[in-house]
Design a binder for this molecule. Structure first.
Ligand SMILES: [Zn+2]
Length: 59
């Protein structure tokens, strides 16, 4: 299984670092897509885990 969220893979397909739209922390790794309505947004690992656990909603 490829390590799609680590190493050089992050520099392809628009993945990389930025400010997470959920927690607003800068320079976090945004490699996880979540659905926001009809669109997808990229969030950090921590917010993705929260969303999957339904502890936090995307706003
Ligand atoms: Zn976040």
């Amino acid at each position: 299984m490829a390590k799609s969220k680590r190493g050089k893979a992050l520099k392809r397909d628009g993945y990389g670092r930025g400010t997470c739209p959920v927690c607003h922390r800068p320079r976090v790794k945004l490699g996880w897509e979540v659905k926001k309505g009809t669109t997808k947004i990229k969030v950090c690992k921590i917010c993705n885990a929260h969303i999957l656990n339904s502890k936090e909603t995307v706003s």
